[in-house]
Design a protein around this ligand. Sequence first.
Ligand code: 5GP
Ligand code: ZN
Length: 112
Amino acid sequence: MSDCIFCNIVAGQLPCGKVYEDDEVLAFHDIHPFARVHFLIIPKAHIATLADAGPEHERLLGKMLLLAPRLAKEQGLADGFKTLINTGRGGGQEVFHIHIHVFGGGDPVRKT
Ligand code: 5GP
Ligand code: ZN
């Protein structure tokens, strides 16, 4: 087992509620949702934070971002959604494997 939770999810060593998967990207429901719909989009490759991403990740990060509206719509967020990337301890990041939060539904939601 890796010491990275999300790498273990990618490796199939921890379960997840899968929303989407291809050879480079995985999306799954957040275990502690703060909205009716709340899922995470992650790269399969380990990149710790957005600040650790480089030019070689430009296409991958673009792909992840463009997946957000498509998957949000599939998850029933036809009316819109929020996206969030916490970066570093000062940015409130808890899992150090880069991920995009996508959430919405129900009452307007706010992440502080
Ligand atoms: P961060 O604060 O790093 O941006 O967010 C990490 C997110 O990962 C949190 O919203 C947390 O609920 C979620 N999370 C942490 N561990 C797991 C897990 O094992 N499975 C799933 N599905 N989500 C997790
Ligand atoms: Zn990882």
